[in-house]
Ligand binder design. Sequence first.
Ligand code: IPE
Ligand code: IPE
Ligand code: MG
Length: 246
Amino acid sequence: MENTDKNNLEQSDLNIPEHVALILDGNGRWAKKRGLPRTAGHKQGCVTVEQTVEDAARLGIKYLTVYGFSTENWKRSTEEVGALMQLFRYYLKRLLKIAKANNVRVKMIGDRTRFDRDIIQGIDTLERETKDNSGMTFVIAVNYGGRDEITRAVKKMMEDCREGKLEADSVTEQVVASYLDTAGIPDPDLLIRTSGEIRLSNYLLWQLAYSEIIVTDCLWPDFNKEELLKAIAQYNKRDRRFGGVK
Ligand code: IPE
Ligand code: IPE
Ligand code: MG
């Protein structure tokens, strides 16, 4: 892209989506292209996450939700899962600094109970110490699966029914949403998936009902502010009808 185009893109009055959801995919392919182990791709991918949090916060995005590890990713080799857990440990600490420096509130969605105790503590600390930050909310989806989230929500609703805290007749879409991990967070306006795969891979199944979807061939470790702005520019051309007629 020409420099002038880039500047125009940055300075133009783009309508910035309130909530951007990301499926960061392609770390393995990025590493393979370079003859490196898959874990090298994950390492570089973490650097890109850090940079994207800063870029998104500066652009005025209010919520950024990033899919970091799915309930299905446990199927990968012990080595790869182990390396991802080590990176997660390390980045939990780094993220605390980045969140503080950028006034970012961090929240985790997914089932954290399956992680090692120190990781759970790291997540708790990160959420607790950033909860009063008033800038962007950065949501990390780890050990997250849309079906798992809905299943846990249904279980909790049934428990509440049994204890007399909830009645079947009072269940509305809003009530269901309040039982999901994303309670209180608006639905994503824009979903960006890197690396070309056109599927949801069990991401935010309830919440993405009316999100605009953009798939880019860019591999996640190569993603940057320019790519983010390109996706937002495409989003700006979409006609969101929500089932109505314009
Ligand atoms: C995304 O990159 C990161 C995770 C899912 C943890 P991948 O590891 O899926 O990379 P590809 O799809 O094999 O290239
Ligand atoms: C989706 O990527 C999950 C995350 C990005 C964490 P995958 O690489 O696991 O998805 P599939 O296997 O291509 O559907
Ligand atoms: Mg993948």
